[in-house]
Design a protein around this ligand. Structure first.
Ligand code: SF4
Length: 422
């Protein structure tokens, strides 16, 4: 989903430390209320004058079916259709999900005379790398991919101590029309397929295995690392592409050779608040992390900031988030981009804390994040002391809160900046 929030739970040491001093900090300057507005582009409106919401993908041609679109039994059936024994499907799945390769030359366990045919059938080219930008001393890479129909999407790969996170896209464009968002401006082109979502991870794993992320070991090799955490905070609203996203999530968590064998807890699905889909997600029976991008606790502002709020109000979204916690036992994250003079007022921190506490304690964690600074724009980061006051107010009210860091600012890879331009 979400272009405005950082894909990582990284406390800022300065703020985390000073948060202890809580209400002892000096009160921040009070400011006027700035309301959301688009800058430099025209927001599509529905006949009622409200920002247009697109929940359904336009009917356009779909990418070819790929091994990662299929369950293991479906792959085996496909192999049988090709006159090959079912165990070959497992071998091929190992090449893809464990060795990150689609190169027939590296598949010496498959019959030589059928290798090219197998690869052509099972691995149609889905993602072609168009551009790769690196920052943070090589620890952050933004990939721009061209899909089979020319659509452009991005993923951002980030190395942290002890983990590697990939921010993945789930749709080409987005239909949620948030006024701050680079991705939403062009509307929704189409949903991405399960395999297009998964191939972002496999390709990232290949780059890591080749030593392309961060520093090499002293012996010149690379650590046997791979992507450990997934955040659905690239392009698109993942819950608007529910079926394909969930298939991808199940395949991420499935043991090899069915899937990637990742820990479900390391997978975060983030949404602007599609309530029926949140309730469905709670019943999936998979222990992923759920994040609600709230950004405002009051409907007056959120109606403008997150247009889907016109369908499901703040309290409905929070009820669904709380239900997710009740059903799964997994603590929910609330994402809150702090935007100067727009949503960073102490009374909003109070209101947010009140609404969260009304539903219970210990079920939620708030992650404020400074919006990426855009000088001269209404969409710019809150002042440090204002952020601090906001955080302190939440903490004083007993709400666990951690300021998050942004990565990839220099390469427009931070949230709110992915526009997929060549
Ligand atoms: S327009 Fe879509 S991608 Fe952008 S912030 Fe809204 S939901 Fe997220």
């Amino acid at each position: 989903m979400e272009r405005m929030t950082s894909p990582e739970n990284t406390p800022s040491p300065a703020v985390a430390a000073s948060a202890v001093t809580a209400s002892k900090t000096r009160p921040a300057r009070r400011a006027a209320q700035v309301m959301p507005a688009t800058e430099g582009w025209k927001q599509a409106k529905d006949p009622g004058g409200r920002p247009l919401l697109q929940f359904k993908s336009p009917r356009v041609s779909q990418p070819p079916v790929h091994l990662a679109d299929m369950t293991l039994p479906e792959r085996e059936a496909k192999f049988k259709e090709m006159g090959l024994p079912a165990f070959r499907a497992k071998q091929l799945s190992v090449h893809y999900f464990q060795h990150y390769t689609t190169d027939p030359e590296r598949m010496s366990d498959l019959p030589k005379d059928r290798r090219a045919e197998i690869v052509d059938t099972m691995f149609p080219k889905l993602l072609t790398e168009v551009k790769r930008l690196t920052t943070d001393n090589g620890d952050t890479i933004k990939f721009l991919w061209r899909l089979f129909d020319g659509s452009l999407v991005e993923s951002v790969l980030m190395r942290y101590t002890g983990r590697v996170t990939l921010c993945v896209s789930s749709q080409c464009g987005c239909g949620m029309n948030c006024p701050f968002c680079a991705t939403g401006q062009a509307g929704l082109t189409r949903n991405m397929s399960t395999a297009e979502i998964l191939d972002q991870i496999v390709q990232a794993n290949r780059v890591i295995a080749e030593g392309g992320l961060g520093h090499l070991r002293r012996d010149g090799g690379h650590d046997a690392e791979r992507v450990t955490n997934i955040v659905f905070m690239g392009m698109g609203e993942p819950l608007a592409n529910y079926k394909r996203v969930m298939k991808a999530v199940h395949r991420m968590a499935a043991e090899a050779p069915e899937g990637l064998g990742m820990s479900a807890r390391g997978i975060t699905v983030s949404t602007v608040g599609l309530v029926p889909a949140i309730n469905k997600l709670a019943e999936e029976g998979i222990a992923i992390t759920f994040a609600l991008s709230l950004h405002a606790p009051d409907d007056e502002l959120r109606d403008e900031l997150i247009p889907v709020n016109s369908q499901w109000k703040v309290d409905e979204a929070l009820d669904a988030a709380y239900n997710y916690y009740k059903v799964t036992g997994r603590r929910v994250s609330i994402e809150y981009a702090l935007i100067k003079d727009m949503n960073d007022h102490p009374w909003r921190a109070e209101l947010l804390a009140k609404k969260l506490n009304q539903r219970g304690r210990g079920w939620v964690h708030v992650n404020p994040i400074p919006l990426n600074p855009t000088p001269g724009s209404i969409w710019t980061s809150s002042e440090p002391e204002v952020m601090q006051e906001f955080i302190n107010t939440l903490i004083d009210n007993g709400v666990p809160t951690t300021l998050r860091d942004t990565r990839g600012k220099e390469i427009d890879g931070a949230c709110g900046q992915l526009a997929a331009a060549e």
